[in-house]
Design a protein around this ligand. Structure first.
Ligand code: SAM
Length: 322
């Protein structure tokens, strides 16, 4: 909310679901808002849904009929486009229809008006949010909505033998930041144990140097592409250009993490990438983020900064060495 307040001076905010979802109104028009958000993407905003229509609940079938009419009237938006339908609801919404029923009705209309249903790679998303008193209806491209997942909640399948849930953070960073880890050759993983990130980097074909005083998972240590230094990262040094990727997920004091990454960045080739998490331990997260970013900018260009769905009290940065 604070980030949006800084972008839109006359914003009016209303909480819809505590700590999760809010609505906002601004005098700017739809395109201006979407462009402004795209140009200055807020760190803590994972998803937005334009509200093109509102149906105030009457708790009878009229609600669905009204929704059907709205979708039919928006034919031009969906015709010839791959479309996904997302429905979310606050816990105690009186909207009486299940997600499956609502989607079945809407999807039939979409097909009827010449749209193709596609959950995986939609060009348009019809997004529905059932609040306590109304159904909020909007649409946009995945880029406008900031995500092609409902509410920006990216889900990954847990694999058998998966070492840690932390792996999901790196998977999500790869997807959300649009990077291809497999394009790198040699990675340094700082604070690697138990080894979720290291295992993903090995899966992607990279040679990995993992540093952590804690134990790596036994399934990793025999991997010939892995070098494991069971040490504190402040004790190690590498020659220049040893790596084209540094990752760091240390859950540590943000400023200390920044200093450590800067020290080790001399081993990263120019133009190399770094993916780091910043733990938000203090009361003023925006100030902490600003301070750490300022420090990292001595050596890096900040490409992206986002609180990913799999981040808890932290955010993830994508950096490029100058
Ligand atoms: C959140 S865990 C990392 C999880 C890991 N990314 C994964 O996917 O399994 C943080 C790790 O950072 C390590 N760590 C903290 N401070 C460190 C330091 N100064 N040097 C090296 N490792 C450190 C901790 O021992 C811990 O294993």
């Amino acid at each position: 909310m604070e980030e949006l307040r800084r972008l839109f001076k006359e914003i009016k905010l209303q909480q819809l679901s505590s700590g999760e979802v809010f609505s906002f109104e601004v005098p700017e028009d739809r395109e201006q808002v979407l462009t402004e958000i795209e140009d200055h993407e807020p760190i803590f905003l994972r998803h937005i849904q334009p509200v093109d229509h509102v149906i105030t609940f009457s708790e009878d079938t009229d609600d669905l009929e009204e929704l059907v009419d709205i979708v039919r009237d928006a034919r031009k938006v969906f015709e010839g486009k791959r479309t996904a339908v997302h429905l979310r609801r606050v816990e105690n919404s009186p909207f009486p229809y299940s997600a499956a029923d609502t989607k079945a009705v809407v999807e039939a209309i979409l097909i009827d008006i010449g749209s193709e249903l596609s959950l995986q790679q939609p060009e348009q998303i019809l997004s529905l949010y059932a609040s306590k008193d109304s159904l909020l209806i909007g649409w946009g491209t995945p880029r406008e909505l900031l995500s092609d997942w409902p509410g920006g909640a990216v889900r990954f399948q847990r694999e058998e033998g998966q070492i840690s849930r932390a792996k999901f953070k790196l998977l999500e960073a790869e997807r959300t930041f649009g990077i291809n880890l497999a394009e790198h050759k040699r990675a340094l993983d700082i604070g690697a144990a138990p080894g979720g990130w290291t295992s993903l980097l090995l899966d992607r074909g990279l040679d990995v140097t993992a540093i952590d005083p804690a134990e790596l998972h036994p399934s990793l240590v025999s991997n010939r592409r892995l070098t494991y230094l069971k040490k504190n990262a402040s004790e190690v040094k590498f020659s220049p250009n040893s790596f084209d990727l540094i990752v760091c997920d240390m859950s540590w004091s943000p400023m200390q993490m920044g200093k450590l990454v800067l020290d080790l960045s001399q081993a990263l080739s120019s133009g190399g990438d770094a993916i780091v998490t910043i733990k938000l331990m203090h009361r003023k997260p925006l100030q902490t983020i600003r301070d750490v970013m300022q420090k990292l900018q001595e050596v890096f260009i900040i490409r992206k900064a986002k609180q990913l769905f799999h981040n808890r009290d932290e955010i993830t940065l994508l950096l490029e060495k100058r």
